[in-house]
Design a protein around this ligand. Sequence first.
Ligand code: SAM
Ligand code: SF4
Length: 334
Amino acid sequence: MNENPVTPLIDRFGRQVTYLRVSVTDRCDFRCQYCMSEDMTFLPRAQILTLEEIQQICQAFVELGVSKIRVTGGEPLVRKGVIGLLQQLGQLDGLDELVMTTNASRLAEMAKDIHAAGVKRINISLDSLKPERFKQITRVGELDKVLAGIHAARQLPFEKIKLNAVILKGRNHDEVGDLVQFAVDQKLDISFIEEMPLGIIDSHQRDEVFYPSDQIKQDIASRFELLSLIESTGGPSVYHRVKETHTRVGFISPHSHNFCASCNRVRLTVEGRLLLCLGNEHSVDLKQVLRRYPGDSDRLKQVIVDAMQIKPEKHEFNLHEQPVIMRHMSATGG
Ligand code: SAM
Ligand code: SF4
């Protein structure tokens, strides 16, 4: 085992990994243009981790010092049995934060169970407030259902609900101010995300729709006063507060502002690959370890500790080339 048994997950650059993001399914009831192609082929069941395997891997990470787990996908709420998984994760000793990212299409029905399972914070994707446009971007999504999901979540004492909006030039960039106003009205936080070139998509060239965070910030500044916040969440978002409101506005800028130096996270793909960086392919196959040595949690943990040695220093996204990273965000744990 590693020489430091309390914090063994430290990489070659001295960064400590305390945060695991888990894709529990690559499937989704939406087909967002920037995330998937229209006719996605999803993985066969035998190839994806069972819920029990996901639980075992999460437990190993928590025993190795991980204090935050995000359940995501694909759309996590379409995975059968996901509430049971959340209940198990919610009971892991040493896990301080169980959080989730969802498109909220099923949140109205499931929010209560999600909260009762111990999920503390939820991120909800919302790229447009116009029903027609929302359907266009998601290809199938119904805005009403998502708004009902947001409403249901707001009735419960979640510690935080944050909106996520991917902004694309010519598709939804004109709604940045309205999205901030919605967040202010609903007393929610909101993050704006630059599109990342993950996987093959068929609706646009990534460089044609690139809309940088600095431009988004300027657009917002024409309607709202943004105050810089020194506080950091340890993540890639740089936060501002909308003056005299509860709302914080975050900018996730993988292209315009590299955030790798403070990276504290790794991802578990739906196929059981431990992915050391979103923008590189360095990974270790944990599913194989689990299936070859069932019940051997020490071996699993050692493989995870050793994997820290191949965590890359930074991501290398290039908007102008065909994606070097062939996997979609949905399989990755976005
Ligand atoms: N289905 C859930 C949702 O949409 O919130 C969770 C999974 S989704 C992959 C997680 C986040 O990744 C969403 O906020 C989505 O907008 C974002 N996302 C997906 N593809 C992306 C891409 N190519 N670039 C940037 N963000 C992306
Ligand atoms: Fe589904 Fe989320 Fe990808 Fe949209 S961003 S297609 S909701 S996984």
